[in-house]
Design a protein around this ligand. Structure first.
Ligand code: PEP
Length: 250
């Protein structure tokens, strides 16, 4: 059975003072022996603070984006080697809030995915369709295309030991999560698409994101192809996040 993973995406929230409270509460509430991987992806300026608090715990941390270049004249960008210096072991790539606001192409996302993987950090690749695309019944085609860019540029084996977050765009920040059945159909589709590579089949995690909360987490995480969750708003509340993590302990 695949070990589950719950990732908190803090987005652009927090302050030194509020993070301190949240991180301390997580340390207190989340047991060291909980049988799943727990990660928080924080804004860049708080990586050092997060590392200082979590370095002796079972909770790991990461970032929400990364540059596609290694170094150089790229004002405002942050490289994978910089993230590594702060102990980041995960990076969210291609979150729809970024790809929509900054028109990030699938090729750009694919390059970042490869850079992160090469550096030994685990990429969390976000894929998912808009409401219009779902209503048109083309969600599988849309997600397939997002994955194909990486497959065509670097091969399917690139997905070995990575995380794909299926995040229907209509469900993010909306209070309207996908139903467990809708999530299962898409997760199964993604797994089957990548199943020709045995290593990928064994080591790839596919997690669900979009309005996960303590009320719906258990049902979502009980689906056979849902390996955990990418949690936005509810990850900012330690009790909610703890409860979601407990729902993944199955
Ligand atoms: C997200 O940030 O990826 C997300 C799913 O947000 P929320 O849980 O708030 O919908």
């Amino acid at each position: 059975m695949r070990r589950k993973i719950v990732v908190g995406n803090w987005k652009m929230n927090g302050s030194l003072a509020s993070n301190e409270l949240l991180l301390e509460a997580l340390l207190e509430k989340i047991s060291q022996t909980i049988p799943l991987d727990i990660v928080v992806c924080v804004p860049y300026p708080y990586l050092f603070q997060t590392q200082s608090h979590l370095k002796h715990s079972c909770i790991r941390w990461g970032a929400q984006n990364v540059a596609k270049f290694e170094s150089g004249a790229f004002t405002g960008e942050v490289s994978v080697s910089m993230l590594k210096e702060f102990g980041a072991s995960f990076v969210i790539i291609g979150h729809s809030e970024r790809s929509t606001a900054y028109c990030e192409s699938d090729e750009n996302i694919a390059t970042k995915f490869m850079m992160v993987k090469k550096a030994g950090i685990t990429p969390i690749l976000c894929v998912g369709e808009t409401l219009i695309e779902r209503e048109a019944g083309i969600m599988e085609k849309v997600v397939s295309k997002q994955l194909d860019t990486i497959i065509e540029m670097y091969g399917a084996e690139m997905f070995d030991e990575t995380v794909i977050a299926y995040e229907p765009i209509w469900a993010i920040g909306s209070d309207l999560a996908a139903s467990p059945e809708q999530a299962q159909v898409m997760h199964q589709f993604i797994r089957e698409k990548l199943s020709s590579n045995i290593k990928v089949l064994k080591n790839l995690k596919i997690i669900y994101g979009g309005s996960v909360n303590p009320q719906n987490a258990l049902q979502l995480f009980s689906m056979p192809d849902v390996d955990g969750g990418l949690v936005g708003r509810a990850s900012l509340n330690s009790s909610d996040f703890q409860s979601i993590c407990r729902s993944a302990e199955i």
